[in-house]
Design a protein around this ligand. Structure first.
Ligand code: NI
Length: 141
């Protein structure tokens, strides 16, 4: 089994704010991330596809095709947007890195088969800062 990854980048604004809580509780739990007037991050997104290489190409997945797919399906929705206000698939959800990684998985997982017959989505790794990142391997994993 080979693991093939493509790294992409986007910028987005958000705040961490649970509307069911008081302002005080939001500030207590989320600190400056609850700032009402938003803040931004430079996100790095690493999408990993696993599989055995196609004997004719030697590829698990063509990384150019993976890059185009990520840009079309994910980055066009997220880049330079406000995660809380502008992104339909994040509507009504907490704009945390964990939730965002799960939603990116849900978008990409069914579409990987359109670019490769030898690989499937293995992991979404999402860096919110150079030191803080999450990994998602799919539901139940
Ligand atoms: Ni933040």
């Amino acid at each position: 089994m080979i693991y093939v990854s493509r790294k992409e980048h986007f910028n987005a604004a958000h705040k961490l704010y649970n509307p069911n809580w008081s302002r005080e509780k939001n500030i207590e739990i989320f600190g400056p991330c609850a700032n009402e007037n938003w803040h931004g991050h430079n996100y790095d997104l690493i999408v990993t596809v696993s599989g055995d290489p196609d004997p004719e190409t030697g590829f698990v997945v063509d990384l150019k095709k993976l890059s185009v797919l990520i840009k079309k399906e994910v980055l066009e929705e997220l880049d330079h947007q406000n995660l809380n206000l502008d992104v339909p698939f994040m509507a009504g959800k907490m704009a945390s890195t964990e939730v965002l990684a799960q939603e990116i998985w849900n978008i990409l997982e069914p579409k990987i088969s359109s670019i490769t017959s030898h690989g499937s989505l293995f992991c979404i790794k999402l860096y919110e800062t150079p030191r803080n990142y999450v990994e998602y391997y799919g539901p139940g994993v």
